[in-house]
Design a protein around this ligand. Structure first.
Ligand code: PLP
Length: 287
């Protein structure tokens, strides 16, 4: 396995970062998770755009142009000979001293890791998953925007811990006003009377690339999709609930805080969206 590390390809054993890197010391950096389907990279330009937006928001200058970065991602995939894979692209502030000052970090570090897939097991797409809502809140949009995919994922880690303590694999996080924002690493949708709802960005979610793909697919299939805030109650009484994400794709949620959603099995609309999503990801990607 070859890992891209600051312009060079190194083996996994040699892919090392300094303990003075501010990504390690302070979570100071940004990242992306990207999928390769049958050798095609799904919506790579959108992921690269989001990476550069996240970086701009935290005043981090990525040392490559977007085109160069796309080239590095494609080359890393080629070297690893992967057909179906998950890519982790990380840009950290770089090596500084123990102080917070990011201006002492002279050169951001860029890492690209291509891994074989580690997905939810396929049977969960057949059965759906159970989730809970948690006490951890999404950070407010007026502080570090949830749209920034930063290395500071402590909130999301705490959500995972709460999910684990409740013996479920995923959880929904609310914003500070109690509106449902997203999952720990996925966006959330509900369906009621054939209409699809997902929280708007301002509620405090990452603008997921899978979320956007599903909005487009749903519209193409003739559904009405509304970006509107909703509460836990709306989730409990929805006909269908599902999560979307690069790793999760589209996964049905069949129980929330002990309330069974619909008849407790993945609903027909969710199944249709997953089927169409899986059809398109292979057709659409960049080679
Ligand atoms: N929300 C958070 C907090 C995430 O980390 C992710 C994963 O990237 C998502 C949502 C889903 O976004 P995407 O579909 O772009 O993977």
């Amino acid at each position: 396995q070859w890992i891209f590390l600051n312009g060079e390809f190194v083996t996994k054993e040699n892919a090392k970062i300094s303990v003075y890197d501010h990504g390690f010391l302070y979570g100071d950096g940004v990242f992306e998770g990207i999928r390769v389907y049958s050798g095609n990279v799904f919506r790579l330009e959108e992921h690269i755009d989001r990476l550069y937006h996240s970086a701009k928001s935290i005043l981090l200058d990525i040392p490559y142009t977007k085109d160069e970065m796309i080239g590095h991602v494609l080359e890393t995939i080629r070297r690893n000979g992967c057909q179906d894979a998950y890519i982790r692209l990380v840009v950290s502030r770089g090596i500084g001293d123990l102080g917070l000052d990011p201006y002492k970090c002279k050169m951001p570090q860029v890492v690209i890791i291509v891994e074989p897939l580690a997905l939810f097991p396929e049977h969960l797409y057949e059965t759906g998953i159970e989730v809970v809502t948690v006490a951890t809140r999404r950070n407010r949009s007026d502080v570090l925007s949830p749209k920034v995919k930063s290395l500071n994922y402590l909130n999301n880690v705490l959500v995972k811990i709460e999910a684990h303590l409740a013996n479920v694999s995923e959880a929904l996080i609310l914003n500070d006003q109690g509106y449902v924002a997203e999952g720990s690493g996925d966006n959330v949708f509900i369906i009621k009377n054939g209409v699809i709802y997902t929280p708007p960005g301002y509620v405090g979610a990452l603008e997921g690339i899978t979320r956007q793909a599903i909005i487009e697919i749903a519209a193409d299939l003739g559904y009405t999709v509304k970006e509107e805030p909703f509460t836990r109650h709306d989730v409990y009484v929805a006909d269908e609930v599902f999560l979307t994400g690069t790793a999760a794709e589209v996964i049905s949620v069949i129980k929330v805080d002990g309330r069974t959603i619909g008849d407790g099995t993945p609903g027909p609309h969710t199944k249709r969206l997953l089927e169409e999503f899986r059809r398109r990801v292979v057709a659409e990607g960049i080679k």
